[in-house]
Write a protein that binds this ligand. Structure first.
Ligand code: GRF
Length: 203
């Protein structure tokens, strides 16, 4: 399965996906990495792995629709079948999400549906949560609300700061995203007609 990874920065999730898809057992091949920001470390990670990169700078587009359309053309150019949003900090338009329904994965640093939106790690701390974690889900039109594919729990420690909890959750992300990509790329998990994730073993 041909995969595109969309990034906005450091790309530690991208790195985890690169390591996973290098394995001979992987059902996925990353064919392009697209960043909405130039010069970020994630682009270097892709280049070092021999993966083609593109920058689609959102500041150069007059509308979200034009930005998304340009992204979509790059995806078509590379014959992409599955898209992973890995630390990608843009909200995609409804028409893009609908077109890629069931083929668009995102990772969020909380156990959804808890703590949607930005600063999810800080929300968990402020709520006094004892357990948080990360979620890989299919992207739906409602932000952070799509069908869940994989979750990984992470303990919240008494002396945790936003930084220490974020770092612990990030480690979990690097396990969860590769696992979720394999499930979708191999066809074991897909989005059902009812908008719920469907496992082959449920059929
Ligand atoms: C991190 O905050 C991570 O929790 C979230 O995106 C941010 C950057 O991740 N998913 P990455 O290192 O660029 O993959």
């Amino acid at each position: 399965t041909k995969v595109a990874v969309l990034i906005s920065g450091t790309g530690t999730n991208l790195q985890a996906l690169i390591e996973q898809t290098k394995k001979p057992s992987s059902s996925a091949e990353i064919v392009v990495v697209i960043s909405n920001r130039p010069g970020v470390l994630g682009l270097k990670r892709a280049s070092m792995a021999g993966i083609q990169t593109r920058v689609v700078d959102h500041k150069l587009y007059g509308s979200r629709a034009e930005f998304d359309s340009t992204i979509d053309h790059v995806l078509a150019e590379f014959g992409v079948e599955v898209v992973c949003l890995a630390g990608f900090m843009r909200i995609l338009t409804g028409s893009f999400v609908r077109k890629w329904n069931g083929k668009l994965l995102n990772i969020h640093p909380s156990l959804l549906p808890s703590f949607k939106g930005v600063n999810a790690q800080k929300q968990a701390l402020l709520a006094g949560a004892r357990v948080s974690g990360c979620t890989v889900h299919f992207v739906a039109e409602e932000v952070d609300a799509g069908a869940i594919i994989v979750q990984e729990p992470v303990p919240v420690l008494m002396n945790d700061t936003e930084e220490s909890l974020s770092a612990r959750i990030l480690e979990a992300e690097h396990q969860a995203f590769p696992a979720a990509l394999e499930l979708v790329a191999s066809g074991v998990v897909r989005l059902g007609e009812d908008g719920q994730q469907q496992n082959l073993w449920h059929v």
